[in-house]
Design a protein around this ligand. Structure first.
Ligand SMILES: Cc1ncc(COP(=O)(O)O)c(C=O)c1O
Length: 413
């Protein structure tokens, strides 16, 4: 590109987010983002699906939305309706589902429908950075509820709701990632889901349930979706094919009462999300999804084991974490003197990228020594080498781990 001399700056409206940085590529050892295992993308199955569906229905690409209406390709919505009933207990028809461009678009549509500057929402104290960033940009206050090993603490939620009510504040929603939480990988048990619904209806605050990791539970057993347990229709449920099939396809979905879905449809002004992706997913998933998922989770579980072994070997007791029940992330606590935003910078210079804790939390202090590691995308070898390199950087910058277990072993031997 030649350098441009036209000055756009005076034309930019107030309130734009800061400009994006140029893409500089993935780090050599990349533990960031929600990327999945490249070996588990069902490439051959997707090739067969694209051939079959294009031969049969390719001419329908001549119409916006494949003449299936603005909610998206009907066979994919029908697949989802059956899958959500089977796996999550959600009774919804194809007409209750809106297909969107990744569940990030679902977050945007729900936010645009419900939120105005100055509003308050409730989130888990540790939560998805993409959700937190959106709230900050919208000028919405996010009240963080602490989690324990079983996800969001209902006693803390009850106090927060009571406190907000005393101050005359009715939060617009309670956002939760209840089934393999990001970043903590906790699963909210059924009894807590019931209590969450009780509080939601007592305070008139809807639940916004983000279930994008729900297929990645190691033993395949998940509690019913909060949406499935609700009796008053006060739950908006979103999901995605990003973690189970491939994030680059950009296909997510929203299940909500028509009162909300019709509002979101009115705000979805892109004339429909990418149709080819929806067609290929429907063609592939109807016969193959149920057998693809257990293979996928076995592979992820094996990679998590490699990561935990590498952390034990190179960080010893300096790295604290819980063995998780599913997903693609490990949420790790380092000694309190480690500042993970600083560690992030130093590690990046050494070719290792990590997600520093404060980006994933409403509480900067308690998350400062934490980091999130995505173990799905790097190979087993990259995980081992990357964690060894991270331990070296951490030792150099913060003096921990004092000595890694293998060095100790060698010294002793
Ligand atoms: C909790 C959560 N919600 C939503 C998303 C967005 O996913 P996508 O837009 O790819 O469906 C992610 C991505 O990592 C996530 O972790």
């Amino acid at each position: 590109m030649t350098s441009a001399s036209f000055d756009f700056a005076p034309l930019l409206p107030a309130g734009l987010p800061p400009p994006a940085a140029r893409w500089t590529g993935l780090a050599k050892y990349s533990f960031v983002g929600g990327n999945i295992d490249p070996e588990q993308v069902p490439v051959d199955g997707l090739i067969d699906a694209v051939n079959a569906v294009l031969k049969r229905e390719g001419k329908s690409l001549a119409t916006y939305g494949l003449a299936n209406g603005p909610q998206g390709y009907r066979p994919l919505r029908e697949f989802l309706s059956a899958k959500l009933q089977r796996d999550a207990g959600i009774a919804c028809a194809a007409d209750d589902i809106l297909l969107v461009s990744g569940s990030l678009q679902a977050l945007d549509l729900v936010n645009q429908t419900l939120l105005a500057r100055g509003d308050t929402v409730i989130v888990e104290q540790e939560t998805y950075q993409g959700a937190l960033n959106r709230l900050t940009r919208l000028g919405v206050q996010a009240v963080g509820i602490p989690l324990d090993r079983d996800g969001m603490r209902m006693d803390a939620l009850a106090s927060a709701l009571a406190d907000l009510k005393r101050r005359g504040i009715r939060p617009k929603y309670i956002y939760t990632i209840p089934t393999v939480q990001n970043p903590t990988a906790t699963i909210l048990p059924e009894a807590r889901r019931a209590e969450l619904l009780r509080l939601s209806s007592a305070y008139g605050v809807p639940v916004f349930e983000d279930d994008c990791y729900a297929d990645l539970v190691w033993d395949g057993n998940r509690p019913p979706a909060i949406h499935a347990m609700a009796e008053n229709g006060g739950v908006i449920h979103i999901g995605s094919f990003s973690k189970s099939i491939a994030p680059a396809l950009r296909v997510g979905f929203i299940v909500a009462p028509w009162e909300m879905l019709s509002r979101m449809l009115a705000l979805k002004t892109d004339a429909g999300s990418g149709a080819l992706e929806q067609m290929v997913l429907a063609e592939y998933c109807a016969p193959h999804f149920a057998t693809h998922v257990p293979k996928l989770t076995r592979g992820l579980r094996a990679k998590l084991n490699v990561l935990m072994e590498a952390l034990n070997e190179h960080f010893g007791t300096s790295a604290e974490f819980e063995d998780s029940k599913g997903g693609i992330f490990l949420w790790v606590k380092l000694p309190d003197n480690v500042d993970t935003p600083k560690l992030y910078q130093a590690a990046l210079a050494a070719g290792v990228s990590i997600n520093p804790g404060p980006d994933w939390s409403t509480d900067n202090t308690s998350s400062m020594a934490r980091l999130r590691l995505c173990f799905a995308n790097p190979s087993a070898e990259q995980i081992r080498d990357g964690i060894a390199a991270l331990a070296d950087v951490c030792r150099r910058e913060f003096g921990v781990p004092v000595r890694s277990a293998n060095v100790e072993k060698r010294a002793k031997g």
